[in-house]
Design a protein around this ligand. Structure first.
Ligand SMILES: C[S@@+](CC[C@H](N)C(=O)[O-])C[C@H]1O[C@@H](n2cnc3c(N)ncnc32)[C@H](O)[C@@H]1O
Length: 196
């Protein structure tokens, strides 16, 4: 991959493979028995988006970090990387994966919704879809949402408007929101607008 030294490229490729194995195991052990909102993004596509945007002193947050693969990739690429995940068992998996990969990525068990946030769309239907409720994870991370330069989320269908609204209300105006689209790569938003 452009701009990456071979050793790092190898570590990232191994991490993507291990992430795919963890997701397959999760499907078998958990999702085959009951519905769960964890579906993995296409790690290699997200990796390209992170490589293209890496720079010194960039603080990164993954909303709903699941097994931690994307947050750990960001850390290995030099971002100051954090993840928030509601399912505490997945947070344990992410922390173990970070240890195995000698990563400094930090994870909080909790919600990526700040405590004061309410979703009030124009149409009035403020149901949250698959996004669950829980104590906000920002205190544990020691950073508010407006202290992150790059935020990544993988919404289920119909949930992107809520993510954009949350970012408009609580993100910093010059920060970037990267949204993984199921069949259309990663879209970048800044100040409410989509950027190419
Ligand atoms: C579609 S999955 C994406 C997982 C991961 N970002 C990836 O791309 O591989 C969404 C994740 O968000 C988590 N989640 C749902 N509601 C949440 C909330 N309010 N706060 C934090 N995580 C949440 C789910 O448990 C799930 O792991």
């Amino acid at each position: 991959m452009r701009d990456l030294d071979q050793a790092l490229e190898g570590r990232l490729a191994d991490l993507c493979d291990e992430g795919a194995e963890l997701a397959a195991r999760f499907d078998e052990d958990v999702r085959s028995k009951q519905w769960h909102p964890f579906l993995p993004a296409n790690y290699r596509v997200v990796l390209q988006a992170l490589v293209a945007r890496r720079a010194p002193d960039v603080r990164f947050l993954e909303w709903g970090s699941a097994t931690g693969v994307i947050t750990i990739m960001a850390d290995l690429l030099g971002y100051e990387a954090y993840g928030i995940e509601l399912d505490a068992d997945l947070v344990d998996v992410a922390r173990e994966l970070a240890l195995r990969n000698e990563s400094k990525a930090l994870f909080a068990a909790g919600s990526f919704l700040p405590a004061s946030y309410r979703w009030k769309p124009d149409g009035g239907d403020g149901r949250m879809g698959t996004i669950g409720e829980g104590a906000s994870g920002y205190d544990e991370l020691g950073h508010d949402l407006n202290e992150f330069d790059v935020v990544f989320g993988f919404p289920w269908d119909g949930e992107i408007d809520m993510m954009l609204d949350l970012f408009r209300q609580h993100g910093r105006a010059d920060a970037r929101l990267l949204v993984n689209m199921t069949n259309d790569g990663v879209h970048e938003y800044r100040d409410g607008e989509r950027h190419a």
